[in-house]
Design a protein around this ligand. Structure first.
Ligand SMILES: Cc1ncc(COP(=O)(O)O)c(C=O)c1O
Length: 446
């Protein structure tokens, strides 16, 4: 094998399973972001059999460095021994019971100690699940129905209702996905606003004065917020008697061990966590001020598995380990190194691209004119061939060490050679062997 020879063999078995899945599982995957059509179809793996640290092995026996980190859920890395041992011990004493377990209180207390806005806590089992709980609480607490939102918040009716209003959300959610199965009666109950445009938010609040329960938003996604923006959102929410909810499902505990709030200096009324809270075990949490949360005691918010102790034990252990190991510092350092070294490679190869964004989730943005979508796919394809599973961003976890970074940089170096050749010889379309990406998972918050 020469230095430039990709080690990739094939993802034939993955593709076979994917086709079998399509026949018996509508949509083939449980999460749209796991579909191989969202990567380099025919080259990206679709089924994994094992994982450890920052890597996984697929059903075809290929090993990949994984920069998707279980779609953000893995913050410590796959199969973290401390978290897994805590979960195994919990299994030995029972996973759930007919009554509550004290570990619920332990986690609630830790969250209250850790998260600035948290005075009370409820649990759930996933991000969309917890977002829906927070919306129920906001509606119940304020007695109002409408939600102003930006960003992605899961699959539930309250959120997809926004798509009932027609084409306007095509730019924000999954373009081309209709709100099939969402009651038409919910039309105009969830109204999108553009992140960063405080005047637009102010006029929506005026327009729907007295009808809004909450402003639901990610505090940031790929870039930190413009100076003063979130403070201004907080002020508007106060002026209109509207609850402010931060969806911290994706940013999680990577920015700091207490989430986003210490970084942005703004406290919402409610905040939602999932994914990285429990390093891959099913878990979600809604935290908030006593004033916003206490009325939930009278609301019907109730589910059997929200007391499952495995996710709760995993969350308790993960959050302790995130702080003990200073995981945010490790992740920030890895992100800064990647941005620096990838930017150098971009320059060396004169690739029309940038590598920027928040340290814990840097992204590559190609600007290849009409070829941009093809270059994205070519990049993912060539990286997959070289044993690196990613889209065009790096969702960093603490187990991504020097080996993973070195291997990735080498693969990027080689991939940029391919892209450079494609640009020089004007053969980018010919180099794309995978089925090109047709859809982008668009969100309001960039
Ligand atoms: C900000 C945000 N909220 C909610 C969700 C939904 O979480 P889940 O897929 O666990 O339901 C996601 C998932 O990507 C997310 O990024």
């Amino acid at each position: 094998m020469t230095d430039n020879t990709p080690h990739f063999t094939s993802v034939a078995k993955s593709m076979e399973l994917y086709h079998q899945a399509g026949a018996i599982i509508p949509g083939a995957t449980q999460l749209i972001s796991r579909r191989p059509t969202r990567y380099a179809y025919g080259f990206s793996p679709a089924f994994a059999v094992s994982a450890k640290g920052g890597c996984f092995t697929d059903v075809d026996g290929n090993e990949f460095v994984d920069w998707v980190s279980g779609i953000g859920a893995m913050i410590l890395g796959y199969c973290d021994p401390v978290v897994d041992n805590a979960v195994k011990s919990q299994i030995d004493t029972g996973t759930m019971y007919s009554i509550s377990h004290p570990v619920e209180l332990e986690l609630a207390e830790l969250l209250i100690e850790r998260i600035p806005c948290a005075e009370m806590v409820r649990f759930a089992k996933g991000g969309g699940d917890a977002c829906a709980v927070s919306i129920r609480i906001a509606r119940g607490t304020t007695g109002k129905d409408k939600i102003l939102f930006c960003g992605y918040h899961g699959w539930h009716d309250w959120y997809l209702a926004a798509n009932l209003s027609g084409e306007e959300l095509d730019d924000h959610l999954f373009p081309g996905i209709d709100p099939i199965g969402v009651p038409v009666a919910l039309k105009d109950t969830a109204i999108p606003f553009a992140y960063g445009d405080i005047d637009a938010l102010a006029s929506l609040l005026e327009q729907h004065h007295g009808e809004i329960a909450a402003i639901m938003m990610e505090p940031f996604r790929s870039q930190l917020p413009p100076t003063g923006y979130l403070q201004a959102v907080r002020t508007l929410a106060n002026q209109h008697g509207v609850l402010l909810i931060f969806d911290e499902v994706s940013s999680g505990f990577r920015p700091t061990a207490s989430g986003a709030q210490p970084l942005v200096g703004v406290e919402p009324d409610l905040a939602v966590f999932a994914k990285s809270i429990s390093n891959g075990y099913p878990m979600g949490a809604v935290v908030g001020t006593r004033q916003a949360m206490q009325p939930a005691a009278q609301m019907f918010i109730s589910s059997t598995y929200w007391s499952d102790t495995l996710g709760i034990q995993a969350a308790l252990t993960t959050l302790k380990e995130v702080e003990r190991r200073d995981v945010p510092a490790t992740i920030h350092a890895t992100g800064q190194r990647l941005k620096h070294d990838v930017s150098n490679l971009i320059q060396q190869h004169s690739i029309p691209a940038t590598c920027e964004g928040v340290d814990w989730h840097p992204y590559l943005r190609f600007d290849g004119g009409h070829n941009t979508a093809l270059i994205n796919t070519l990049f993912i394809q060539e990286m997959a061939k070289r044993g690196v599973h990613m889209n065009t961003s790096f969702y960093i976890n603490a187990a991504h060490g020097d080996d993973e970074v070195q291997k990735t940089l080498k693969a990027i170096d080689e991939t940029f050679l391919v892209i450079r050749h494609g640009l020089d010889a004007e053969v980018i379309p010919d180099l794309v062997e995978a089925i090109p990406q047709t859809e982008a998972f668009k969100r309001l918050v960039r």
